[in-house]
Design a protein around this ligand. Sequence first.
Ligand SMILES: [Zn+2]
Length: 119
Amino acid sequence: MIFELSHKGPFEFNPETVKNEVEAGQMGNFALGKLDAADRFHPLKVGRSDTDLQAELLRWAHFPQYTHFSYQYAYTLKQAYELECKNFHTAVSQLNKRAVHPEPPAGHDFRCPNPWCNR
Ligand SMILES: [Zn+2]
């Protein structure tokens, strides 16, 4: 089963590609993972940055288990949170076992957009 996230990518995950591809200072969402034998992207981790997506990706760029990344910009805190929830539920069966449900940004009580989710 392929998990399609509505992201740009996948791109090779290294600091140079992140800096070339992702604008600094933008909020947004990302997935980290690897390609299978048929070059399909399999996310192992999904996340977001409410302040600087490029900086957040660079923090992860030295973990060798993630060879590729995909991303999407967001324009509001709520949009970024809801997209992270959607990505989490879409890919949860293949994410790292320690993956936990996204938390809204501090001071906001956004709800997960999935109606069956109690978060
Ligand atoms: Zn949820």
